[in-house]
Write a protein that binds this ligand. Structure first.
Ligand SMILES: [Zn+2]
Length: 77
């Protein structure tokens, strides 16, 4: 059973979704629920897109705009 995209596919989809603002596909979202590594990749992408990578005092919480992008990418509305 290999209907789920690979981690490599997922990171490509994440990049495209964050660039385009379109929601992720169902299989990608399912992969994210199962794969902590890809959830970290998603958070990293969101931070990079927000221009906040390498912020010395970046805490565990994402900037509001990054959160909004994440929510859109995950299909929240
Ligand atoms: Zn993965």
């Amino acid at each position: 059973m290999s209907f789920l995209p690979s981690c490599r596919d997922v990171s490509r989809h994440l990049s495209e979704a964050l660039d385009s603002g379109r929601p992720l596909g169902m299989h990608v979202r399912l992969h994210l629920t199962l794969c902590e590594a890809c959830r970290r990749v998603l958070a990293q992408f969101a931070l990079i897109r927000h221009g906040a990578s390498r912020a010395p005092d970046a805490g565990p919480s994402l900037p509001a705009e990054a959160k909004e992008r994440l929510r859109r990418a995950l299909g929240g509305g």
